[in-house]
Design a protein around this ligand. Sequence first.
Ligand SMILES: Cc1cc2nc3c(=O)[nH]c(=O)nc-3n(C[C@H](O)[C@H](O)[C@H](O)COP(=O)(O)OP(=O)(O)OC[C@H]3O[C@@H](n4cnc5c(N)ncnc54)[C@H](O)[C@@H]3O)c2cc1C
Length: 462
Amino acid sequence: MDDLVTAATRVVAELKAVLGDRLITSAAVREHHSHDTSRLRPHLPDAVAFPRTEEDVQAIVAACAAHGVPVVPFGAGSSMEGHTIPVRGGITLDTREMNRILEIRPEDLLAVVQPGVTRKQLNVELRETGLMFSVDPGADASIGGMASTRGSGTTAVRYGTMRENVLALRVVTPDGTAIQTGSRARKSSTGYDLTHLFVGAEGTLGVITELTVRLHPIPEAVSSAICSFPTVANAVEAVIEAVQYGIPVARVEFMDEVAIAATNSYSRLDLPVAPTLFFEFHGTQAWVEEQARLVEEITLGHDAIGFRWTADADQRTKLWQARHDMFWATKAIIPGYDLYTGDICVPISRLADSIVAARADIDASSLKGQIIGHVGDGNFHTAYLIDPDNPAHLQEAEEMADRLVERALAVGGTASGEHGIGMAKLKFMRKEHGKAVDVMKKIKAALDPLGIMNPGKMGDEG
Ligand SMILES: Cc1cc2nc3c(=O)[nH]c(=O)nc-3n(C[C@H](O)[C@H](O)[C@H](O)COP(=O)(O)OP(=O)(O)OC[C@H]3O[C@@H](n4cnc5c(N)ncnc54)[C@H](O)[C@@H]3O)c2cc1C
């Protein structure tokens, strides 16, 4: 086989003939696809392809397979652990032009979409149907990218993550074959569960070309509540009790006092600067009121201060917008600084200890940082502010993020609740999964013997 540079040149020439203007080698487009939102070192792809159909994807993958050239699927590029960095060059396959909503079947509560459709795009299209696509990672990510990272977000506590919301897929495997996994049935007990093998595979086993996703009825009534607590432990224990009591909260988000101060300043709010919970309840009018009443009782039992609830849509939107702007609010704490983020998930009984330990770690460091979390699932994020020109800051943040993961693994948790492995968390795979990593590597070798699908990521761990 040719060396990689010659091979990539041949693939670019072959694909140019197939895709024309949709195969781009300009410096600006390659640069845009050389990174994700992480701080990991970028690497340029040789070219970026913009397929529109499954046949286009097959042509791209088959050409790359014939010459042993890497293919890196790319959705919105909002991932956070180096997922889309083409570390060995090759072709980045950007799905943005595969953005057609193919079918909406309200009676079956499902939609069929191409992978480049974004979650906001689908929800706009669903407006007239009274249905919604529930998974909400904050960023307007592509549904193909969300499935590939097994993403989730604020609503997972009630409606599930991408794992629960993908029913079926079409996938182009690394030899260019197109397959269908799963069906439109709500359940099935036939065959290996290939759908959920590709969900979370981060583009290392094939390219998703079509997804059948679950839809949910838009609730008749929605209300939100907010309350603060004297300590982090009080707030988290209130959440644990609400979850254990079986109250089907639609969202419950934790923000520590540093996050609240940042959001007050960025989003012009005047929330008490203390550990805080945001709740959202879905159901009938009577049921959301009942849920709010039950949660108020529970939070008061944990010394909540100022429980306030509202059914007012404008106030609710303002609060959730502030929550979604948290990334920018935190960045604004020290202008010019970058954020180094952490993401872990632990059994809910270990959540309070985990957040308290993460806070103590930040307080003992030289960095400023905050903690927010989708705490109903036991999932939380840290964000450390670092001076991009100070290597000591980067090292300190990395060490703190590593300790966060080590503590999570020690209590039966996971190295990532929702952001995934990418490159940054590859080093924890063996520690978390032990010999199961060897089984994963066998699956990778069987499906992708040439190692062309998003190399340097999952499947390439030592
Ligand atoms: C401010 C901010 C907040 C965020 N909050 C959350 C959150 O709350 N919850 C959460 O889960 N995530 C969150 N994220 C991370 C990110 O939005 C998710 O990981 C998202 O699912 C990535 O989707 P994407 O379209 O950007 O995928 P990309 O970043 O483009 O790709 C992600 C991975 O999927 C692969 N891929 C993409 N498309 C395909 C395809 N068609 N077939 C096969 N593989 C493919 C890529 O190769 C890559 O490995 C946040 C990010 C930001 C910037």
